[in-house]
Design a protein around this ligand. Structure first.
Ligand code: ADP
Ligand code: MG
Length: 616
């Protein structure tokens, strides 16, 4: 029988290898930035277009390449960084496989310009899909410029697989952050579609963090320093009171390389034990320096995991170093550990009773009345106090509003109270028909038997439809804030807020000013207490960041879901009788009362028959 095994041609082998190294524009960004660092550059510019889909260009002032090396650099397994397998255990460079440029050149249009310091002229090479189109002499400054255009031009399936520009840009920025944080002694600039997104001058580590995440970060940082024979730890952890509900700013660098390590992350969390509110995550920016011989990074090129020889010692050292810093900076006594979680929720029912004599609640007050007759959206609601339960549902108030305004264009079934569990004119019976179980469920009788409602999910449903309606008809009602609220965000977060600004305004937010790092808010939706604003926006940003764009990404829906999630009554919160009833009625006035916005069951019923059976 004839021989059938053949060696794959280089360009095919390269395309296959490329699949491993290059998943998206951000992978190209990572490889090119790392090459520039390995070339000892002190100034690195990253230029991208269309989130890197059209162009990723990195310009550095590093050592450059000779004409021969320039050409060789695109060969597979061509590297100047190791010569023998032994070198793998003494790695001080980022790259060492010699695969990146070959892989990238196999799937994009690449232009390389490079010159070494003492050469008069440099080299320009153009490669398209692994074939060299041209190589010429060129006048160019010292260093290297590498442009990668039209990524995956010859693999349409991969190109189509790329996510929206917003998502790809986020990956690019994440990668940029990781590299920039690991190298404060290098200046980095990032341009996206011609505008400067980051300009990070050479600085110390603290300043670098602040330049990336915003000036407000400065006061949040607690330094961590520890040096032992096996390990040097340096960097910062965020003060516990600034911890967020989302795992945002958590960075470990081992020998200047970003890594992910759930194990070491656990060491930090345990150092924060007792200092954080439930569900909050500490932020940290920590550099670990270890002997390269004690780690193994020789695993998959795109993976960020790392193997340590002695993980247990590392864990213990890290934990104690962080604990020590938190203690030294007197973090512990400042905190109020006994803080009641329900105080952090929008509806302060517990206080309501004691406040009754002070706060006059106008139960007939309906902001829609003024709003719709005057035709204006904002400032109709003059009350600063929102701890009026009824006002929480203004958007869904079905009686009264219907006659006041004309929704002829948009019809909402939820306007009609299709099914009311309680009869309005039977107040005394109402009080007896609901019962709150474990501050979690509302139990009630219905004609056929018994109803059990999950209070948190039910309220999410109610708020969700409310927000969705306001967003759709752009009719969110604002309450003006006495004092404008100034919130601080990172540049990346500001970008997301800018994307969502219009929609946020439709829910009732009024922005006075959005700068590079701050957001000034002068109005918030009536359902949102001002103390919650930053939590809501934080949650929203994180939801947008984590959104899987394939799943019918709709900003409106996402916004409504996110705000409903943030504002819904939590489990564990006790509700007064009329609040319970109100919620039940509102739930059954919804379009889809059976499920929460994230499709979870909101209530279950049990008929008398079923109960009877249990007693047989
Ligand atoms: P690796 O980084 O693993 O060595 P690459 O494919 O990324 O492999 O790069 C191949 C070689 O090209 C490098 O070893 C280096 O010698 C050279 N090179 C790549 N980028 C640069 C750069 N920006 N400046 C100088 N030399 C570079
Ligand atoms: Mg490399």
């Amino acid at each position: 029988m004839a021989d059938i095994i053949q060696l794959l041609p280089d360009h095919v082998a390269n395309q296959i290898a490329a699949g491993e190294v290059v998943q998206r524009p951000a992978s190209v960004v990572k490889e090119l930035l790392e090459n520039a660092i390995d070339a000892d550059a002190t100034i690195i510019k990253l230029i991208i277009k269309d989130a890197g889909k059209t162009l990723v260009q990195v310009i550095d002032n590093g050592k450059g390449m000779s004409a021969t090396d320039a050409r060789l650099s695109f060969e597979r397994h061509a590297t100047s960084k190791i010569r023998s397998a032994d070198d793998l255990f003494h790695l001080h460079t980022k790259g060492f496989r010699g695969e990146a440029l070959a892989s990238i050149a196999a799937i994009a249009h690449v232009e390389l310009k490079t010159k070494q310091e003492h050469d008069d002229v440099g080299t320009v090479i153009i490669i398209e899909g692994s074939s060299i189109v041209s190589q010429e002499v060129v006048v160019t400054p010292k260093g290297t410029s590498l442009s990668v255009k039209n990524l995956f031009f010859n693999i349409p399936a991969r190109r189509n697989f790329l996510k929206s520009n917003a998502v790809e840009l986020r990956h690019v920025i994440d990668e940029f952050h990781r590299v920039a944080l690991a190298h404060p002694s290098i200046s980095f600039v990032l341009y996206n579609n011609g505008s400067e997104v980051f300009n990070l001058p050479i600085s110390n580590y603290r300043q670098r963090i602040v330049n990336i995440f915003g000036t407000k970060t400065n006061e949040k940082l607690v330094p961590v320093e520890e040096e032992t024979e096996v390990l040097k730890i340096s960097g910062f952890v965020g003060k516990p009171e600034f911890a967020k509900k989302t795992r945002g700013e958590q960075y470990f660098f081992v020998n200047d390389r970003f890594i992910k390590s759930p194990y070491l992350n656990h060491a930090i969390s345990s150092a924060f034990e007792g200092l954080l509110k439930n569900g909050n995550h500490p932020s940290y920016f920590l550099n670990l320096n270890v002997d390269p011989q004690t780690i193994d990074i020789n695993i998959h090129p795109t993976k960020t995991e790392i193997k340590f020889d002695d993980e247990h010692t590392l864990y213990a050292l890290l934990r104690s170093a962080v604990k020590h810093s938190l203690g030294q900076f007197n973090i512990a006594p400042v905190l109020d550990f006994e803080r009641d979680a329900s105080l952090d929720t929008p509806y302060n029912f517990n206080n309501k009773e004691t406040n009754t004599p002070v706060i006059e609640v106008d139960r007939s007050f309906n902001p829609f009345k003024e709003t719709y007759t005057s035709g204006k959206q904002t400032t109709a609601f003059k009350k600063q106090t929102v701890n009026n339960w009824d006002s929480l549902y203004v958007g869904l108030e079905s009686k009264g509003t219907k006659t006041e305004h004309d929704f002829s264009e948009v019809h909402f079934e939820s306007e009609e109270t299709t099914l009311s569990v309680f009869s309005d004119d039977n107040a005394i019976e109402q009080v007896q028909t609901t019962y709150q179980l474990h501050n979690k469920y509302i139990v009630s009788t219905i004609k056929s038997g018994m109803l059990v409602i999950d209070q948190h999910r039910a309220h999410q449903r109610v708020l969700y439809e409310d927000f969705l309606k306001n967003l759709t008809i752009k009719a969110g009602v604002s309450q003006q804030l006495l004092f404008p609220l100034e919130l601080h965000f990172s540049t990346q977060e500001i970008q997301i807020i800018n994307q969502l600004k219009d929609d946020l305004e439709h829910t009732g937010f009024v922005f006075l000013n959005v700068t590079k790092e701050t957001v000034e808010i002068v109005g918030v939706p009536v359902t949102v207490p001002d103390s919650e604003v930053s939590i809501i926006l934080e949650q929203l940003i994180s939801d947008v960041e984590n959104e899987v764009p394939d799943s019918h990404f709709s900003t409106t829906d996402l916004l409504a879901k996110s705000m409903a999630k943030s504002l819904a009554i939590k489990r564990g919160q006790s509700l007064l009788k009329d609040e319970q009833e109100h919620l039940v009625n509102k739930l059954f006035a919804c379009k889809e009362p059976n499920v929460s916005p994230t499709n979870r069951t909101t209530f279950v019923t049990m008929s008398v028959d079923e109960l009877d059976k249990k007693f047989m």
